[in-house]
Structures are given as C-alpha cells and as structure tokens.
Design a binder for this molecule. Structure first.
Ligand code: ATP
Length: 233
C-alpha cells in the first residue's frame, strides 16, 4: 500500500533563505509521526511546506495527489489541517465561534462540537467565553478542536506542548488516540523528546534542515537521538 504522505527531495525556505535541504519523509494512514529537533532545525517549515505556506521545490504527494502546485487555500479541501505554534485563535470570538469557524468548510466525518467537547471536556463550560481570556492549555485544546471540526485526514500539530504545564500536556496527548480512531493521521512537532517518544509510532529527528535520524521509539536509543538532535558525532 502506498503511503498517505510521501515527501521527497524537499527544499523550502523564506525568500533567499533556505531552511530545508533535500528532505524526505513518509507517513502512513493512522500513524502518529513525531518530528523532533532543536530550535531552528526546520520542523515548523516542514509543516508549513505541507500546507503550502512556504516556497518549495521537490515533491509532496498526499493520497496519490501531488501538492506542489496546489495553493494553500485548496489544500484544506484535501483534508490537511495545521494547528500552528501559538494556537492563533480568533481572540475576540467565543470558544464556540472559534470551533464553528473550524467546521465552516467541513468534510463528512465524525467531528462536531459535541464530539470535540467529549474529547476535551475542559472546554465544555467555556463555550460562551471569549477565547483570549483562557489559559494556555484551554486555548490549545480549542485550537486542536477547531482543526478537528474540519474532519481532517492529516492533522499537523506544531509544538502543542510549548509553555504548558506537564499535567496539561498529558491531557492533550491523551486525546491523540481518539483523534487517530476518528480516521485522522497525525504529524506532530515536539521539542520534548520524551513526550514525542511516548506518543509517536515513528520519529524523525531533524538537524539543520535535514533528517538526521528516523525510526520507531523502540529502535532509537536516547544516545542516538541526542546525537542526531544536537549533531554530535
Ligand atoms: P523552532 O522550534 O524554533 O520553531 P523549528 O525547527 O520549527 O524551530 P523553523 O521555525 O522551521 O525551525 O525555522 C527554520 C529556519 O528558518 C530557522 O533558521 C529560522 O530562523 C528560519 N525561519 C523561520 N521562519 C522564518 C520566516 N518567516 N522568515 C525567515 N526565516 C524564517
């Protein structure tokens, strides 16, 4: 069976600045794949390339379709949804309005407000509250819920644990199996190697815009990851 996502020889960046160099990864249906790496390794740029937010050359094939020439706004229609670093909720809108916006152009699937509230019960009492008045963990759950409302086939999570207390991070990560059970495949960018290894089926480590190591958590030793993460021989 072919992969859900196959990326080959990806070069991407910002104007004259190149951030990714000949990068290749693949992701299978139903997998949780973690991308780890130090600050500036290019993890967010990889996610932005998948949703079409950076200039790129190379090949990104999603479910048999080449995405390279497809503009960002049309990639949502393919069922690809990014939860960006920093959540980026609509601050002046209520929680419910933020969720409804996520379902604006929805594909058929199991996600609706009730299903999101079942996944993240902490949101339920907050529906009528203004989004920017909430804690980081609450906002993160809403941002993920908003993405789910579009019934994505591929959900991209960029540093969802950043700045959150460990107990809140645990709650967010405990939601992942339910998300995969809904039919989604997940790529998550995570700086905390322990969290990534605990959650993912496979891990790619990035260093200076390239894949420096990949494998299942069982295959990768802490030492090998640390070396690949920091570029230590
Ligand atoms: P972080 O954890 O710091 O977000 P990252 O691995 O996600 O790191 P990227 O954000 O993808 O790394 O950044 C890769 C490189 O691209 C870095 O050198 C960064 O400075 C640069 N970069 C990121 N965003 C931009 C931008 N909008 N314009 C120019 N350069 C950028």
């Amino acid at each position: 069976m072919t992969h859900l996502l196959t990326i080959e020889n990806l070069n991407a960046g910002y104007g004259d600045f190149q951030a990714l160099f000949g990068l290749g990864i693949h992701v299978d249906r139903g997998e949780i794949v973690a991308i780890v790496g130090a600050n500036g390794a290019g993890k967010s740029t990889l996610l932005r390339a998948i949703v079409g937010q950076v200039t790129m050359t190379g090949s990104i094939v999603f479910d048999g379709e080449s995405l390279g020439s497809i503009p960002a706004h049309r990639r949502v229609g393919f069922g690809i949804s990014l939860v960006p670093e920093g959540r980026k909720l609509f601050a002046s809108l209520t929680v419910e309005e933020n969720l409804l916006i996520g379902g604006h152009r929805t594909a058929a699937g199991r996600w609706n407000i009730e299903a999101v509230l079942d996944l993240f019960p902490l949101i339920r009492p907050l529906l009528k509250r203004q989004s920017d008045k909430l804690s980081g963990g609450e906002q993160q759950a809403i941002a993920i819920g908003r993405a789910l409302m579009g019934n994505p086939r591929l959900l991209l999570l960029d540093e969802v644990s950043l700045g959150l207390a460990p107990v809140v991070v645990k709650g967010i990560y405990e939601a992942l199996p339910g998300i995969v059970a809904s039919g989604a495949t997940v790529i998550l960018v995570e700086q905390d190697i322990g969290v990534a290894l605990g959650a993912a089926d496979r891990v790619y480590c990035m260093l200076e815009g390239r894949v420096s190591l990949s494998g299942t958590p069982a295959e990768l030793s802490r030492e090998a990851i640390a070396a690949a993460y920091f570029g230590v021989a």
